[in-house]
Design a protein around this ligand. Structure first.
Ligand code: GLN
Length: 562
């Protein structure tokens, strides 16, 4: 099957070789940023070889954060990089997995008449489905930058590599560019960067019929001229298409660093395209400001993040990014101190105080399940009583509401339906965080076009929220209707609004129908906000999310008090 995408759209495929974790996602995002700066319209896509139908069922321990798009897709965290770098809103059409491809094929096969009795095979059927995904749902983009997950040589990524090879043939090589990201390891004993693994990796991808047009080499040191010549010779490409990508202190310096190495010049040259220099200078000027703000902060604030997946920073990728953006907005560095919520479960007041002694703000991020939940409740209590800025996100909001209900609103056995049934006497508890039955009945399922049963019960994606004008968040956002992304199954039961408000908690954000509490705050506190959504998903270095900017500002104020 030959595909025929719009004539002006060009495709850049980004593959990885040698080892994983080379920063392919950041490389792809930087390519997008640079082309955008030169005046082109871009979109980034990710092909993931695993068999999960989407990232929704992947444990954050295993695979890092699940990134949620406006239209409610649960995707790979690289889509977060793409959005943060380019500002282009990703959709469910921008991330596909082998699982989804096979699911689509099997659904068609079961319908019977789609394949008309043909034997359904990897070639051509699976490959065609991948090609349709890569080239479908376009909106007059000049460039589609498509990252292939995994490492060349993996069994699982073979169909994807075959699909991009075919796209290259179908629409002619002149409209496709293959970028291969590899590693040049440095051997201390020999004081040398080694090119052999990259040579092998290029050989491997060549054996699949793909000649990389450009090599982005991750390295700790500058590549000596001799090594460059050697690599170019063995990898069958001109030397100027070997781009060195040295380790950087901040990923936001990557577009400029790659541009200095000639990456964008070579790409435009390859496609025989010009550049809008005014736009380029303006955009790159903005990035320089971001990088300078990160490199030269005017101070430091300490934020404790109390969570469950703290050994793995990938699990909180967008959260870390959003805090950094909040720092940029205030000209300070945000120092994140990770606290394992389970480790503080039964601490005495003194020990808890010790734990949070130099903290200027406390954040409890999203989470699932019982483990560590009482530690999060204790954290919210501590922050409330000590008047330390507190930011509760999703689960962090739910735990703050339980805490307030138990200790201020007289609902002593307040609990969450998410885990109270695992306790010995569930009938003794009051479920103030309840199951989102109204969403289960329809709307949540609708937002998820082809979701699994497990995910089908979640409220996913962007929803509107109405803010109370005279409130902290009303002032922070500066307008009364906002749209934020969600990923949750439980909610604060609106039935408890009255006792909670009487005790001093304000429901400052509600769904437009007034049924779903979206934001709570404590007016008597210096800064205490809980949100049911995930604001971190919409924060950009060039446009820090207002809640994070305000939270860091409050922490900065706190740092001057303690
Ligand atoms: N576990 C909670 C729920 O499902 C919170 C989810 C989250 O923090 N993303 O509602």
């Amino acid at each position: 099957m030959e595909i025929t995408p719009p004539r002006n759209t060009r495709f850049i495929f980004v593959t990885g070789g040698v080892v994983s974790s080379l920063g392919k996602g950041v490389t792809a995002a930087s390519i997008g940023t640079l082309l955008q700066a030169h005046g082109y319209k871009v979109r980034l896509r990710k092909l993931d070889p695993y068999l999960n139908v989407d990232a929704g069922t992947l444990s954050p321990f295993e695979h890092g954060e699940v990134y949620v798009t406006d239209d409610g897709a649960e995707t790979d965290l690289d889509l977060g990089h793409y959005e943060r770098f380019t500002g282009v809103t990703a959709t469910r059409n921008d991330n596909i997995t082998s699982g989804r491809i096979y699911q689509n094929i099997i659904t068609k096969e079961r319908q019977g008449d789609v394949f008309n009795g043909a034997t359904v095979q990897v070639v051509p059927h699976v490959i065609n489905e991948i090609k349709l995904f890569i080239t479908g749902n376009l909106d007059e983009e000049d460039f589609i930058i498509c990252e292939i997950g995994g490492t060349v040589g993996d069994i699982e990524s073979l169909p994807f590599l075959e699909a991009i090879r075919q796209v290259g043939n179908d629409i002619r090589r002149a409209r496709c560019l293959f970028v291969h990201v590899t590693l040049l390891p440095y051997i201390t004993a020999a004081d040398e960067l080694k090119t052999k693994p990259s040579q092998h990796s290029v050989k491997e991808i060549l054996s699949l019929g793909i000649q990389p047009d450009m090599l982005v080499c991750r390295t700790e040191h500058d590549i000596p001229a001799r090594q460059k010549r050697k690599l170019a010779l063995f990898c069958n490409m001109p030397e100027n298409r070997l781009i060195s990508a040295k380790d950087l202190d901040t990923i936001y310096a990557s577009p400029e660093a790659l541009s200095k190495e000639g990456l964008d010049r070579e790409i435009l040259d390859y496609f025989a395209l010009g550049s809008n220099q005014d736009s380029y200078n303006r955009v790159m000027g903005k990035w320089q400001k971001i990088v300078t703000a990160i490199r030269e902060p005017g101070g430091v604030v300490n934020i404790a993040c109390v969570g469950k997946y703290i050994e793995l920073s990938d699990a909180y990728k967008s959260l870390i990014a959003a805090l950094e953006h909040g720092g940029i907005a205030n000209g300070v560095k945000v120092n994140i101190i990770w606290v394992d919520s389970e480790s503080i479960e039964n601490l005495s007041a003194d020990k808890l105080r010790n734990k949070f002694i130099d903290m200027h703000g406390i954040l409890v991020p999203g989470g699932f399940g019982d483990r560590g939940s009482e530690g999060k409740i204790a954290t919210a209590k501590f922050a409330r009583e000590q008047n330390i800025p507190y930011f509760g996100i999703c689960f962090g909001m739910q735990m703050a509401v339980i805490e307030f209900a138990r200790h201020k609103a007289g609902i002593k056995n307040a609990h969450s339906m998410e885990f109270m049934f695992d306790l010995p006497n569930p009938q003794d508890y009051v479920p103030i965080i309840t199951h989102m039955t109204q969403w289960q009945k329809g709307e949540a399922v609708e937002t998820r076009k082809a979701g699994s049963d497990w995910g089908g019960t979640m409220r996913l994606g962007a929803y509107a929220c109405m803010l109370k004008k005279e409130s902290l968040v009303g002032g922070i956002y500066g307008h009364n209707e906002i749209s934020e992304r969600h990923r949750h199954r439980y909610e604060v039961d609106i039935a408890y609004r009255e006792p909670l408000e009487q005790a001093g908690m304000v429901f400052s954000g509600l769904s437009p129908d007034g049924k779903l509490p979206e934001i709570i705050e404590l007016p008597s506190h210096s800064w205490f906000v809980g949100v049911q959504f995930h604001p971190e998903l919409q924060s950009r270095p060039s446009r820090p999310h207002p809640l994070f900017a305000s939270f860091v500002k409050a922490a900065l104020k706190q740092s001057r008090i303690v």
